[in-house]
Design a protein around this ligand. Structure first.
Ligand SMILES: [Zn+2]
Length: 654
C-alpha cells in the first residue's frame, strides 16, 4: 500500500472541526482601499460582466428556447474585444457561474434589482436546460450532444459544474433564492451517482480542477456530507493508476499519447497528489487543485495532504513566483516552466492564477494563522491579481507582465473570458479574506478600514478597524462584544514590516513573546470599548531576486508595505530600460490624493543613459553618457490606467 493509499483509507476516520473559518461576505463591511475596489465591482463590473457575456452571444448557448448556435457564430463584436469573431466555448458555463457569483457578492454591497432580474433569468434558463437525471452542461446538451463524460481530460465538464456550484452557493447566500442551489445540488447528486469508488461508477476526475473546492462549498452550505466525500474522492483519485485519462482516451477510440500538452503534469495528474512535490503544468489548474486539497486537509485533519501542500508551497514561493504574486510564466502551457524562469516582458501570469493563489493561501489559513501564507495572500491580492482590473472596474488584463514596451493594455472582453469574472468575484468577496474565526479565536489576516460582525463563545462581537492601510501602517482596532467574552485575537505581523508596535488599551505588548508563526496572540476577556493599536512601519524596500533568476540579476524592484511598485512612461518618459537606480539613492514616499484614486508614489534620483550623442553606431567601445533623472514609481496594480506607454517593475541597478 502506498502512503497515499493509506492516507486515503485513514483520512476520513477523524473529521476535526474546521479550524479557522472565513467570515461570510456580508459580515465584513470594507471601506477605504478595498471599499473603493468593491464599489467599482458592485457599481460597474458586475453589470459589465453580464452585458459582455450577452454581447459575446453567451446567452444563446444556454437558452433552451433558442436554436443551438453551433460552434462558430460569425458576427462582429465591438472594439476592445480580443477577437472580432466569436466561437462558442465549452467553458462558458463556468463564466456564467463566476458572473453569477460576482453579481451575488455585489448585491450585498449595493442592491440592484435590474441585475438581479437578469441573473434570475439566466438561472431560469439553466433550470429549463437541466435534464431529468440532473445532468447540466450547455456544451454537451446544445453544442456536442451525445458525448457527455467522454473526455474529462480536455473538456472542462466538471470544471463548469464547479463554477456553477460556487455561483449557486453565493447567490443563495446573497438573495435567499434557492433555485440555482437546488439545480446544482441535483446535478451534484448526479455526479456523485456517476463518479466514485463504488463498483460501476466512473473512476475519473476533471482535467481542469475546480469541482473539488466547489463541492466543499456546497457541502458546507447544504450540510450534505456526500458532497464533501465526493470532493475528497476526486482529490484522492487524481493521478492513480491505471490512469483514468489513458483509459478514457482508449474508450473513445483515441490514442492516449495524442494529448496536446504531452504530459499529465499539465493537469497535475502525473502522480497521486500526496506524492507531488513540484508545482507543475497549468497554473490556474494547480492553484485550484491545491485549494481543494487544503480544504480537504482542513476538513479531514489529513496531515498527509498538509505535508504535500507545504512542499508545494515551498516550491512555488522559492522558485516560481513573480515578485508581484503572479505565477505561470509561459503562454505555451499557461503555466510553469523551470525553476527560476521568470521572464518579465513575456510573463503570462494570468489574472486567474494570482486569484487562485489567493484562494489557496486563504485555505491554508483554515489550518491556523501563519503569516507565511497570509503574507503571500496579501502580496497576490494587492499586486498580481487586482492589476487584472482597471481602477474603474470596466477593463481586464489576462496576462500581467512585469515589463511592457507600451503595447499591453486591458481589454473589454476575451475569447476565453475566465479572468474578468474571477477577479470580479474575488474583489467583491474581499471581506471574507480579512478574518478567520475559530471556536475561541479570531485571526486578523488583513488590515484595512472595515467593520466585522461575528459570534464567538455565544456572544455577538463587533470589530472595527480604523486605518488608512495600505498607505499607512497604523491600525486602530476597537473590539465591541455585547458582553465580556474571552477569546484569543491573532494579529498578523507581516514579514515586510521591519518595526511593529502593539498596544492593548494603551499598554505595550511584548511582540517577540506574543508572536507565533508571524501572528501576535492576545488572549483576554474582551470588553466593550477595548482598543488594540497596531503600528506597522510602512517601510520602503529594495527587493532583489535570487541570483538564479537570470532575468532579474543586476536589477531592483521597489516596494512599500505590501505594494510592489513600477515605473510608467507617462511619469518617466520613454526608454525605461535606460534608467538606473543607484544602490545608495534615497527613496522617498509621497502621498498623492489626486493620482489614480489616491496613492502613495515613490521617487528617487537615478540616472538615464543618453542616446543623443551616440550617433548611428549600433556598437562602440565607449559607454553612453548618462544624466541625472528623477524617477517616479506607482503601485503596480494601478498601471495602465492613464496614458498608455512603457512599464517596468525590475529597474536596472547602478
Ligand atoms: Zn483567467
Amino acid at each position: 500500500m502506498t502512503a497515499s493509499q493509506a492516507a486515503t483509507q485513514t483520512g476520513a476516520s477523524a473529521r476535526p472541526k474546521l479550524a479557522f473559518r472565513p467570515l461570510p461576505v456580508p459580515q465584513v463591511d470594507v471601506r477605504g482601499f478595498w471599499g473603493d475596489r468593491v464599489d467599482a465591482v458592485a457599481a460597474r463590473t458586475a453589470g459589465i460582466l453580464y452585458d459582455r457575456c450577452v454581447e459575446a452571444r453567451m446567452l444563446e448557448q444556454i437558452d433552451p428556447d433558442l436554436p443551438s448556435p453551433g460552434v462558430v457564430i460569425p458576427f462582429h463584436v465591438s472594439d476592445g474585444f480580443t477577437s472580432r469573431t466569436v466561437t462558442t466555448q465549452m467553458f462558458w458555463d463556468s463564466d456564467w457561474g463566476k458572473t453569477i457569483e460576482t453579481a451575488a457578492y455585489s448585491l450585498y454591497r449595493r442592491r440592484n434589482a435590474d441585475l438581479e432580474k437578469k441573473i434570475d433569468a439566466v438561472i431560469d434558463m439553466y433550470g429549463k436546460l437541466q435534464q431529468e437525471d440532473g445532468y447540466l452542461s450547455s456544451w454537451y446538451q446544445r453544442i456536442q450532444p451525445g458525448l457527455r463524460w467522454t473526455n474529462l481530460r480536455d473538456c472542462h465538464e466538471l470544471y463548469c459544474a464547479g463554477h456553477l456550484i460556487e455561483g449557486a452557493v453565493a447567490y443563495f447566500q446573497a438573495t435567499g433564492k434557492r433555485k440555482l442551489l437546488d439545480i446544482m445540488s441535483r446535478y451534484a447528486d448526479h455526479i456523485a451517482d456517476t463518479f466514485g469508488p463504488e463498483p460501476g461508477k466512473r473512476k475519473g476526475y476533471c482535467g481542469h480542477e475546480e469541482i473539488e473546492l466547489a463541492l466543499v462549498r456546497l457541502a458546507r452550505a447544504t450540510g450534505n456530507d456526500k458532497y464533501m466525500k465526493l470532493a475528497k474522492y476526486f482529490i484522492d483519485q487524481r493521478g492513480q493508476q491505471p490512469h483514468y485519462f489513458d483509459e478514457e482516451a482508449l474508450a473513445r477510440g483515441a490514442d492516449p499519447k495524442d494529448f496536446h500538452f504531452k504530459t499529465y503534469e499539465y493537469n497535475q495528474s502525473h502522480r497521486p497528489v500526496r506524492e507531488q512535490d513540484k508545482v507543475v503544468g497549468h497554473a490556474v489548474r494547480a492553484m485550484y487543485l491545491y485549494s481543494g486539497m487544503a480544504d480537504i486537509a482542513t476538513e479531514y485533519g489529513d496531515d498527509t495532504l498538509k505535508v504535500a501542500l507545504e512542499r508545494l508551497w515551498d516550491d512555488l514561493t522559492t522558485k516560481s513566483l513573480y515578485v508581484t504574486g503572479g505565477l505561470g510564466p509561459s503562454a505555451d502551457n499557461e503555466g510553469f516552466t523551470n525553476d527560476y524562469d521568470l521572464p518579465n516582458e513575456t510573463a503570462y501570469a494570468e489574472t486567474c492564477a494570482s486569484v487562485g493563489l489567493v484562494f489557496w493561501a486563504s485555505r491554508m489559513l483554515g489550518m491556523g494563522p501563519n503569516a507565511r501564507y497570509a503574507d503571500m495572500m496579501e502580496r497576490a491580492l494587492y499586486n498580481g491579481s487586482i492589476s487584472g482590473l482597471s481602477l474603474d472596474g470596466s477593463l481586464f488584463f489576462y496576462e500581467n507582465p512585469l515589463e511592457s514596451r507600451g503595447g499591453h493594455h486591458r481589454w473589454k472582453w476575451h475569447r476565453c473570458p475566465c479572468c474578468p469574472p474571477n477577479i470580479g468575484r474575488m474583489v467583491a468577496s474581499i471581506g471574507s479574506y480579512f478574518y478567520g474565526l475559530a471556536d475561541d479565536a479570531l485571526a486578523v489576516h488583513l488590515y484595512g478600514d472595515s467593520t466585522a460582525r461575528f459570534e464567538i463563545a455565544g456572544r455577538q462581537v463587533t470589530l472595527v478597524q480604523a486605518s488608512n492601510y495600505p498607505w499607512d501602517g497604523a491600525v486602530a482596532i476597537e473590539v465591541g462584544p455585547e458582553a465580556p467574552v474571552a477569546f484569543t485575537l491573532h494579529l498578523r505581523i507581516p514579514a515586510w514590516c521591519r518595526k511593529a508596535a502593539l498596544r492593548v488599551n494603551g499598554k505595550l505588548v511584548d511582540l517577540e513573546a506574543a508572536t507565533v508563526d508571524g501572528y501576535a496572540a492576545i488572549r483576554r476577556e474582551w470588553r466593550q470599548g477595548d482598543k488594540v493599536e497596531l503600528d506597522l512601519e510602512m517601510s520602503m524596500a529594495r527587493l532583489f531576486a535570487n541570483p538564479n533568476v537570470r532575468q532579474d540579476i543586476g536589477r531592483v524592484a521597489l516596494a512599500r508595505g505590501p505594494l510592489i511598485y513600477c515605473v510608467e512612461e507617462t511619469d518617466n518618459g520613454g526608454g525605461l530600460h535606460r534608467i538606473a537606480l543607484p544602490r545608495e539613492a534615497r527613496l522617498e514616499a509621497h502621498k498623492d490624493p489626486n493620482l489614480l484614486g489616491g496613492i502613495v508614489t515613490l521617487s528617487a534620483i537615478g540616472s538615464r543613459a543618453q542616446t543623443e550623442n551616440w550617433g548611428a553606431d549600433l556598437y562602440r567601445p565607449k559607454p553612453p553618457a548618462t544624466t541625472e533623472t528623477k524617477l517616479k514609481a506607482v503601485p503596480y496594480f494601478a498601471w495602465d490606467n492613464r496614458d498608455s506607454g512603457e512599464m517596468l517593475v525590475w529597474l536596472r541597478e547602478g
